[in-house]
Write a protein that binds this ligand. Structure first.
Ligand code: 6CS
Ligand code: FE
Length: 299
């Protein structure tokens, strides 16, 4: 447990949110960093905290990746592993973690320059994979995710020092208003909301199914949503969503028969390696926080 950091997670009483201390796009003042994203893409990412990118992966490639979750779930050696998480009230798979280590196909995708180069452009440094995962949200059974900032958890429970990480999600199934699409709060990445409540030991065992600690208070949420609104990108499978580690997001349960799955990689700057957790006794296990911090060489 550490104190004295300028970012204060998991407080004993409510303290007001404050403005982000770190850049969103890391570049020398006045310069547009070189890379595949245009100046408008970067401006949008900086303003909203996310970028919905269509056409990055061709449709036949997306179809190929879409088969991978099903294939992984058929591998019996995997199913008892800690990295396979089930829905709270059924046996349906909710998430598989560490897919960049389990699946050669996804390992290759995680190093793909179409993802790594935009992220390097945003973060202004080399990067490594901090976490990877497939979320399934099965039809009828898939439960939602409470509003949260990923960074809040990674800072408090994993010891990620600064906001210098980007998540890259591949939308593997169609998203519609019925299957619990991801909702994002544009502009929320510019604020840090200290969350009330101490971190219990092994919090991840419950938080990955139903997060209760590290969830912003309603007053702050209402204020940020009033300012920025809520966006739920919908449409056919295929787009790639880049989003800042501190953008508030959440989703509803899936009450439709249509599954909603996505695969994602979290890239952290190699200049932002994990320290001791800021508000937990122990760092979480390796399936949630990879410790191979060597810079990815894109392929
Ligand atoms: O625990 C994690 O790393 C991620 N999962 C959840 C449910 N909340 C925080 C973060 O996004
Ligand atoms: Fe999240």
């Amino acid at each position: 447990m550490r104190s004295g950091t300028s970012i204060r997670p998991r407080t004993t009483h409510r303290i007001p949110m404050f403005e982000r201390l770190d850049p969103v796009v890391y570049a020398p003042a006045g310069e547009t960093p070189a890379g595949p994203l245009s100046a408008e893409d970067l401006e949008r990412f900086e303003r909203d905290g996310f970028l919905f990118y269509e056409g990055l992966l061709p449709a036949d490639e997306v179809r190929h990746y879409r088969e991978e979750p099903t294939r992984l779930l058929q591998d019996p050696s995997l199913l008892d592993e800690e990295c396979v998480l089930r829905e709270p009230r059924s046996n349906e798979v909710r998430s598989i973690f560490r897919v960049h280590r389990i699946s050669p196909l996804l390992a290759a995708l995680g190093r793909d320059r179409r993802f790594v180069e935009p992220v390097r452009q945003i973060l202004g440094s080399d990067v490594y994979i901090h976490q990877s995962r497939i979320n399934y949200k099965p039809g009828f059974e898939g439960k939602g995710f409470n509003w949260h900032s990923d960074f809040e958890t990674w800072h408090a429970e994993d010891g990620m020092p600064r906001m210098r990480a980007v998540r890259c999600s591949i939308i593997l199934t169609d998203n519609n208003e019925f299957n619990g699409p991801l909702m994002l709060v544009p502009g929320s990445h510019r604020y840090f909301v200290p969350c009330v409540g101490a971190t219990p030991d092994d919090n991840y065992k419950s938080s990955l199914k139903d997060q209760q600690i590290g969830v912003p208070d309603r007053e702050s949420l209402a204020e940020l949503i009033e300012r920025g609104g809520i966006r739920a990108p919908k449409g056919p499978a295929g787009p790639v969503l880049f989003f800042d580690c501190n953008t508030l997001h959440g989703s509803n349960a899936n009450m439709s028969p249509f599954p909603r799955s996505n695969a994602f990689f979290v890239y952290n700057s190699i200049d932002n390696r994990l320290q001791a957790p800021y508000a937990a006794r122990r760092r979480r296990p390796l399936f949630l926080t990879d410790d191979d911090c060597r810079p990815i060489r894109p392929r």
